[in-house]
Design a protein around this ligand. Structure first.
Ligand code: RIB
Length: 314
């Protein structure tokens, strides 16, 4: 463990256009929404910001478009103190965007237009290799070309760097290219796609995690929304209890979980302890609208963790 964890995220950066609405239009229909929020998002960028807010030094490897959103995204990373030496503008492309629709219960529907994220190639990872070799963990998701994800998993393995793969959003993938990852962290939908079995109940979640371990993933952390998470490996699985909150927007909660988990693990916490803290960090992000805007600082988290621990004892 290093004093300050060093985390690299190789992934997407989007601008999120979030609409809050009680209902969603049918074809040909126009409805009035209740609210709108413009913010920075993208699964990769969200995980980078969560890791940074939790106290890590963060290197981002990403591509943005030649537009106002691209410039703003670079400034946003810089405002958090995230290393952007490998975030570059792709001429003639648009920055990734995500129109997001949030229901009154906080659930979301997202359409991602990948734009410049599609241009993050294996050679771009190689260009960042000298810096990547200095980090404690590399985090990957599926909003960039899968070829780049597979290449980075091999790179991390060859260099003995902890590698965390978040297979989001759910896409067909080559499992054999991902088995070398140290942690594989899907949600229920993603686990269903890979295993072919529904993951709705806790029992199905246990079976799903076991099926993923059976497929050769070394450590699986299944995120279960407001039911917490489940940590599994060849020796079995353990549930990690959720924290009860009133959710207004669940967008980015999975990213909050992964970015914070990477930091807690890099700090040397045991997996179940790290996952418990990541559960709380993610739960708290659902109590505010937006993605990165809903993530709290390490000091705020420390206070919330102390309160949560006291509540559990009482
Ligand atoms: O996980 C939430 C993220 O998914 C949003 O920020 C959106 O940009 C999409 O990438």
């Amino acid at each position: 463990m290093t004093a300050t964890p060093r985390i690299a995220v190789i992934g997407s950066a989007n601008v999120d256009l979030t609409t809050l609405s009680d209902a969603f239009p049918r074809a040909g229909e126009t409805l009035f929404g209740k609210g709108f929020n413009l913010g920075f998002g993208g699964k990769g960028a969200n995980q980078a910001v969560a890791a940074r807010l939790c106290g890590a030094d963060v290197l981002m490897v990403a591509r943005v478009g030649e537009d106002l959103f691209g410039e703003a995204t670079l400034k946003n990373f810089a405002s958090f103190g995230i290393d952007t030496r490998h975030v570059q503008v792709v001429p003639g492309t648009s920055t990734g965007v995500a129109p997001i629709f949030v229901e009154p219960n906080g659930q979301n529907r997202i359409i991602v237009v990948k734009g410049a994220n599609e241009h993050l190639r294996p050679a771009d990872v190689d260009a960042a290799a000298p810096l990547l070799r200095t980090v404690d963990a590399i985090i990957l998701q599926f909003e960039i070309p899968l070829e780049t994800v597979y290449h980075t998993v091999r790179f991390a393995r060859a260099n003995g760097i902890r590698c965390i793969v978040n297979p989001a959003p759910a896409l067909p993938m080559e499992v054999s290219q991902l088995r070398a990852a140290d942690y594989f962290i899907p949600n229920e939908t993603e686990a269903e796609l890979i295993t072919g079995h529904a993951v709705r109940t806790l029992e199905e979640a246990r079976a799903g995690a076991a099926a993923l371990v059976q497929k050769g993933f070394r450590k699986v952390v299944l995120t279960l929304g407001d039911r917490g998470s489940l940590v599994a490996d060849a020796s079995g699985s353990s549930e990690v209890a959720p924290f009860r909150v009133t959710a207004v927007d669940t967008t980015g909660a999975g990213d909050a979980f992964i970015g914070s988990l990477a930091v807690f693990l890099a700090e040397g916490l045991a997996e179940l302890q790290a996952a418990a803290r990541a559960n709380l960090y993610a739960a708290l992000s659902t109590t505010r609208v937006g993605t990165q805007k809903s993530f709290i600082t390490r000091a705020e988290f420390a206070a919330a963790w102390a309160r949560a621990a006291a509540d559990r004892v009482d």
